[in-house]
Design a protein around this ligand. Sequence first.
Ligand SMILES: [Zn+2]
Length: 243
Amino acid sequence: MDLKQGIILKAVKYQENHKIITVLTPDGIDALLVRGALNQKSKTFAYAQELTKIEFGYVAKYEQTLKILTAGKIVDNYSQIKIDFSKLNDALLMIELTDQLGVHIEDSATFYHFCDDILRLINVGTQTDYYLVIFKLKALYLLGVGPVFTSCVSCGTRGRLVGFDFTAGGMKCDACHTTGDYFVPAELVAIAKFLYLTKLPDITPEVLTKLPDRKTVMEFIDRYYDYYLGYRSRAGKIINKMN
Ligand SMILES: [Zn+2]
């Protein structure tokens, strides 16, 4: 049987011994029943842990019924993430967002490979603070609400851009901008634009060390998610209280 690849976003107890896992795959988000997964001695125990990359086989009796996992193999359990509080915090915020908003993404293959890349970089990297920022920014594009950085959001001109209007979701030119526009600080826009437009392999550790603390850019992006998608992280609120 051909195995499918996926990243486990969520695992919840089901009946006495089983779990239902939510898995991000190149074809979208799937739910699977994992029999015996609550039993530590069961071989399925390891395939049913949140934040694990697996390969799996499954059966589904009918199209509409829950799929049942029949074979599994761990590809990556992100061991470096799990022993580092900051990395774990960011990875959990990432999978929470994916679990909540991932269904709205049509290009599921691109999204899967993007998540896979970011998690790998957080796992093995040393300069990992900005990966959650990069993830959230680039995911806006796949969610259909990407900020417009390179042209005027009102008329489309690429010249004479004067500032980023938050409630318009993009830059405005000197002809379209009105006095009531709220402009996001230019330094912040420069960082967000750079991270949004630069390909992941080009955002090297050397580049990352030159960036300022992520706090203000993260606040900007969180406000963006709230305003354009009505999304606020539940886990994020708890983590913020703990800090
Ligand atoms: Zn314009």
